[in-house]
Ligand binder design. Structure first.
Ligand SMILES: Nc1nc2c(ncn2[C@@H]2O[C@H](COP(=O)(O)OP(=O)(O)O)[C@@H](O)[C@H]2O)c(=O)[nH]1
Ligand SMILES: [Mg+2]
Length: 312
């Protein structure tokens, strides 16, 4: 419990920092980019380039480098910060980045209390696959009783796909069409430790089904809603998705398809915009192996890898 509380406090302070950065970003969107004040020492300037090459927004990259510079000055004094060696600068910057990543604990499972988690997000990002990964992990690894619910009734194929996973895992699957349906299914599943809810994706123009989904999720008092996004999505589209799904009040952010991209900066920008802790990371199509619990360290590794030691 103490660890959870620490995590909450840590996230509160990270979210405050992200708030400031978000305000800065929107000011720049209105007023245009200020002349970059790159008063960074050469080692940090080079790392700034690495971040931007990894598709971190230039302003976010600059901010992070300035934080690292300040940390270096605090430790070494003004003069030393100018000549800081590349490896140390990288170490400091990696720490600063890790301190910027809010992460969520794994979905909490207590025997005797039903937890409900819903996955929402655009079509094809991997909601159903991730749901199957989470279900398999809870059922097979944690030996907890799981049930699946789907609100994705628009396409038969979507139900079939989930039905197959349900059969393999031998967990019940219920297709809910209405609010009453959803409520009675949840009452029926009271003895389950985890109920996972799959939802349909939406095309950007489809505000109607999004509204219906919102109506259904609003009925659930204690649902953890994970907004699922693909790491392969263009940064601009990620920003738009974040806005579009805001009415569903996602409590977590979940990124999939990390294996299908080589630039991870957009994850950081999305965190700045959405300001929700990261829950899980999808790293492939394999169920259930290709799922990790997000950690700040792991995300920092993606944003700025540790220096590659050159072969002697
Ligand atoms: N490479 C890769 N593929 C994934 C990942 N997650 C899901 N997929 C694939 O993405 C496709 C769409 O997944 P699906 O779960 O049906 O997406 P949904 O429409 O959001 O439910 C499928 O082919 C999945 O196997 C991932 O982390 N990495
Ligand atoms: Mg699906």
């Amino acid at each position: 419990m103490a660890a959870l509380k620490d995590n909450d406090q840590r996230n509160t302070s990270i979210l405050k920092e992200l708030d400031q950065m978000k305000a800065l970003l929107s000011r720049i969107q209105r007023q245009g980019m200020p002349p970059a004040q790159l008063h960074l020492p050469p080692s940090l300037l080079e790392l700034y380039g690495d971040l931007v090459a990894n598709d971190v927004e230039p302003l976010v990259a600059l901010r992070l480098c300035e934080y690292a510079q300040r940390a270096l000055v605090d430790q070494d004094g003004d003069a030393a910060a100018d000549v800081v060696d590349a490896e140390r600068a990288r170490l400091f910057l990696r720490r600063v980045i890790a301190d910027f990543i809010p992460v969520a604990p794994p979905i909490q499972l207590d025997p005797g209390k039903m937890r409900v988690a819903a996955l929402v997000g655009p079509t094809g990002v991997g909601k159903t696959t991730t749901l199957a990964k989470l279900a398999a992990y809870a059922q097979l690894h944690l030996k907890q009783k799981v049930a699946l619910l789907t609100l994705d009734t628009y396409r038969m194929a979507a139900v079939d796909q989930l039905q197959q996973y349900a059969q393999i895992l031998q967990v019940p699957l219920h297709v809910a069409l209405t609010v009453e349906d959803l409520r009675s299914a949840l009452r029926f599943y009271q003895d389950r430790a985890l109920v996972l809810i799959d939802t349909p994706g939406h095309s950007p123009k489809d505000t109607e089904t999004l509204g219906q989904l919102r109506g259904l999720l609003d009925e659930l008092p204690e649902v953890e809603t994970h907004l699922v996004m693909s790491a392969t999505t263009k940064p601009r589209d990620l920003a738009e998705i974040a806005v579009r799904y805001e009415p569903l009040k996602p409590t977590r952010l979940l990124f999939t398809k990390l294996d299908e991209t080589s630039t991870y900066g957009p994850i950081l920008s999305t965190l700045v915009r959405v300001k929700r802790p990261l829950s899980y990371l999808g790293t492939g199509q394999e169920v259930p192996e290709a799922l990790e619990l997000a950690t700040s360290r792991r995300v920092a590794d993606l944003i700025l890898p540790a220096a590659v030691k050159e072969a002697p």
